[in-house]
Design a protein around this ligand. Structure first.
Ligand SMILES: [Zn+2]
Length: 154
């Protein structure tokens, strides 16, 4: 059976690379009444432990301000079952749809995670044009963005 994308990804907190599902963590915030927001992909605590560092990329739990952290290992979101887990979260409807759609693409679509910080700029410069709803891009468009980033850095 063909395998789905297996990384690397970029950490939302330190911007470093997450090279394998075991090094990553998916987290979001929730209030007691069930509102969710702030979906992030970050390094797992076990990644930093292996680097023998005290640094942590995950949200700090602070229940005093009325927000709770919900999280799962990145490994739970990769592969076919990971995609289905995302669809389960979509069907719950508690996380903002734009956040969840972006995270599905970041985790599952090759190149999307590297390209997504540049989509808005590339659109306004006319390198790519809007063909679907905001935040959704075809592989061909992702490749145009990646090629132009590469040209700028070489
Ligand atoms: Zn990190």
């Amino acid at each position: 059976m063909a395998r789905l994308y297996e990384g690397p990804w970029r950490c939302d907190r330190c911007q470093g690379q997450i090279l394998s599902p075991e090094d990553g963590w998916v987290e979001w915030l929730t209030t007691l009444d069930g509102q969710c927001w702030g979906l992030k992909l970050v390094h797992s605590a076990s990644y930093w432990l292996r680097q023998e560092s005290n640094h942590r990329c995950q949200y700090k739990e602070s229940s005093e301000s009325g927000r709770l952290v919900q999280d799962l290992p990145l490994a739970e979101f990769v592969g076919y079952d990971g995609l289905i887990r995302f669809l389960d979260i979509v069907s719950e409807g508690r996380l903002p749809l734009t956040e969840i759609l972006q995270m599905i693409q970041r985790i599952h679509i090759p190149g999307y995670d590297s390209a997504h910080p540049y989509f808005a700029e590339m659109e306004s410069n006319g390198y790519i044009s809007r063909r679907m709803n905001e935040g959704l891009y075809f592989m061909e468009q992702i490749e145009i963005v990646l090629d132009s980033i590469e040209e700028e850095t070489t």
